[in-house]
Design a protein around this ligand. Structure first.
Ligand SMILES: Cc1cc2nc3c(=O)[nH]c(=O)nc-3n(C[C@H](O)[C@H](O)[C@H](O)COP(=O)(O)OP(=O)(O)OC[C@H]3O[C@@H](n4cnc5c(N)ncnc54)[C@H](O)[C@@H]3O)c2cc1C
Length: 298
């Protein structure tokens, strides 16, 4: 039985531990999906902060840091609609609802490396799927008995001829900024519903480096609009006296196209043995805790 997993994000890599796939197809040059990382100032730092709402991961080799959640709210009553008018609710990873504490996974890059070790990952993506074979963008023909799709359901179902007009998403521009520690701030989460701010959510971590602090800044927009860019965000951060550009040591910017997902997958019956799993596969804003529970059963 040949098993193929599409996507080497957290879901694909964790699922692989259970189903022992013959091959993982990943379209990006790096593993980790949302949690891809980069070496900055000698540390491997994920582009997105891996925040847990509770530390229940003894069975995984995960280490975490604990923080008291101290939120600064600005026009909170407009926060949801500023980000997504058409969503029933926002994902938990930007609301911090009922989170007196939060936990950051410290060793996520090495955890991802250890999951990927001994698996065969091909940096390609399907351009055709029929009942027995996947044809990839690099012309490889891969026979399969079962596919676990953890990549975009919207795109895979389009390949299979379904329209899925009701599936929608917002993109997120995530800025990771490292600054000198200059002025102490009374918050580690900043939530802005103010439409004058291009950003909506900021997470500040001041203990990853001794001398520096890390800011993760999220801005959301529809994929076609793309009217927010890093220059505008930097200006707004300066105007609000959150980050002084002179204090910036390093920064990275990542656009996650399918970030906040809404609309539901219709009841179309995929004719082949394809199982959809994970946030993109099931088109649900799962957080890490929910992903870990989904991979046991999907
Ligand atoms: C901006 C953002 C911030 C988040 N922050 C948190 C947080 O702080 N805490 C938390 O618990 N959860 C958070 N989440 C949710 C969390 O990211 C997910 O629960 C988890 O990481 C999802 O992993 P995944 O593998 O399902 O998806 P992804 O990480 O999106 O990985 C999917 C992978 O599939 C690949 N792929 C997609 N389509 C194809 C294709 N056709 N062919 C080949 N490869 C393909 C992609 O390149 C990617 O590598 C956040 C999500 C986003 C978008």
């Amino acid at each position: 039985m040949t098993i193929i997993i599409i996507g080497a994000g957290l879901t694909g890599l964790l699922l692989n531990r259970r189903v022992n796939a013959d091959l993982i197809l990943e379209e990006q040059p790096t593993i980790g999906g949302v949690y891809a990382f980069d070496k900055i100032l000698d540390k491997e730092i994920p582009y997105v902060p891996p925040i847990l709402d509770n530390p229940l991961y003894e069975k995984f080799e995960i280490r975490y840091k604990e923080y008291d959640t101290i939120i600064y709210y600005k026009k909170y009553e407009h926060y949801k609609d500023k980000i997504c008018k058409n969503c029933d609710e926002l994902p938990k990873w930007i609301t911090f609802d009922n989170m007196k504490k939060f936990y950051i996974i410290e060793n996520l890059p090495s955890f991802l490396y250890s999951l990927a070790k001994n698996s065969r990952i091909l940096k390609e993506y399907p351009i055709r799927i029929d009942d027995k074979r996947i044809i990839t963008n690099k012309g490889n023909i891969i026979k399969y008995d079962k596919i676990y799709n953890t990549g975009s359901y919207k795109r895979i179902s389009k390949l299979l001829g379904f329209k899925n007009s009701s599936l929608n998403f917002l993109s997120s521009l995530v800025m990771l900024i490292i600054t000198r520690k200059n002025n102490v701030k009374p918050w580690n989460v900043y939530i802005s519903g103010d439409s004058a701010d291009s950003f909506s959510t900021i997470i500040r971590l001041d203990d990853i480096f001794d001398e520096f602090e890390i800011y993760y800044i999220y801005s959301f927009m529809s994929f076609n609009e793309r009217k927010i860019d890093s220059d505008r965000i930097l200006l707004d951060l300066k105007r609000r006296q959150i980050i002084n550009p002179n204090d910036i040591i390093a920064f990275r910017v990542k656009l996650i196209s399918e970030a906040i997902l809404f609309g539901s997958t219709s009841n179309e019956k995929i004719p082949y043995p394809i199982i959809n799993c994970g946030r993109l596969g099931e088109w649900k804003n799962y957080n890490i805790t929910e992903i870990i529970s989904r991979i046991q059963s999907c």
